[in-house]
Design a protein around this ligand. Structure first.
Ligand SMILES: Nc1ncnc2c1ncn2[C@@H]1O[C@H](COP(=O)(O)OP(=O)(O)O)[C@@H](O)[C@H]1O
Ligand SMILES: [Mg+2]
Length: 279
């Protein structure tokens, strides 16, 4: 059609009668080029998101823990000059509260940084904890369900990606939805895992949010899409003003390298549950 196309060329000797000729093979690689470009764009966005996360952590450290440590220092100095033991005890009590607040901060920050609960307990337990934390923090009932072959371990990247996506979806529910009830569900079959976060809150107009060119909205929704996209998965969002929101993440995975038939045999009491019997 007169347009230019990227091609890959291979030249190989081909026996021809008593001699040899050289054959050239051309392959159209525009499709591969395009997916390389998409990948590069996604990676760049992920790096930007990482940079923003660092800024957030720096802020948390400075404003939260930094403040607590300053308060502790000032308090300790006052305690050293307390006129009597009772006054000193009063200070000790007060400073104990500050220290335990700082410990909560550290726990919160480190949990956000590295979901070690994933390594320890796996995706289902980690998500359930996420749901319970949300319930406590926002005083909203969260229904949690895990279905399908829920006892086999997924590839690490799939677990982390789903965990982060659900975390962001829940953060959005807490920040924007004003929901009365939330449902979190994770279910997987042999080659695909689906996580759903549903709320009955105020909902939003997806077009208006993405149409804003990102200026008004955060990186949350696009970050979810990028995370899923990097693993060949996708995010579907159903929402309309007044009608609540459903965020569904679908990630494909290969269960090769996870023990033969792991996912299928996990449908009953999986290998990891063998000693404990069905849950
Ligand atoms: N569960 C939800 N309920 C209502 N509105 C939502 C929900 N999730 C996202 N939104 C809307 O979509 C916008 C974009 O979300 P996001 O990309 O995560 O950015 P941020 O949370 O930083 O504002 C939000 O500002 C909000 O208006
Ligand atoms: Mg958000």
């Amino acid at each position: 059609d007169g347009g230019a196309r990227p091609v890959e060329m291979a030249i190989a000797p081909v026996p021809w009668g008593a001699g040899v000729i050289f054959g050239a093979f051309l392959r159209d690689i525009s499709e591969r080029r395009r997916s390389d470009e998409v990948r590069a764009r996604l990676l760049e966005k992920v790096l930007t998101a990482q940079e923003e996360e660092r800024c957030r952590i720096a802020r948390d450290l400075h404003d939260g823990i930094g403040q607590s440590l300053t308060t502790l220092l000032v308090g300790l100095s006052a305690m050293g000059q307390a006129p009597d033991l009772d006054a000193a005890r009063g200070w000790a009590e007060e400073l104990g509260r500050v220290a335990s607040g700082a410990m909560d901060d550290v726990r919160r920050i480190s949990r956000g940084l590295r979901p070690s609960v994933l390594d320890d307990l796996g995706l289902v337990a980690a998500l359930e904890r996420c749901a319970r934390d949300f319930e406590r923090a926002h005083r909203v009932a969260v229904e949690f369900r895990a279905g399908g072959a829920g006892s086999c371990r997924l590839p690490r990247a799939v677990e982390t990606t789903l965990y982060r996506i659900v975390q962001e979806a829940m953060t959005n529910v807490g920040k924007h939805a004003r929901a009365g009830a939330v449902r979190v569900e994770v279910a997987w079959a042999a080659a695909c895992v689906v996580a759903t976060v549903e709320d009955d809150g105020v909902g939003f107009d997806r077009e208006a949010v993405s149409g804003a060119g990102g200026s008004g909205s955060g990186l949350g929704l696009s970050g979810m899409e990028e995370r899923a996209g990097l693993l060949g998965g996708s995010i579907a969002i159903e929402s309309r003003p007044g009608g609540g929101t459903v965020v569904r993440a679908r990630i494909p995975f290969e269960d090769r390298g996870h023990g033969e038939g792991d996912c299928d045999s996990a449908r009953g009491a999986g290998p990891e549950d063998a000693g404990r019997g069905p849950a």
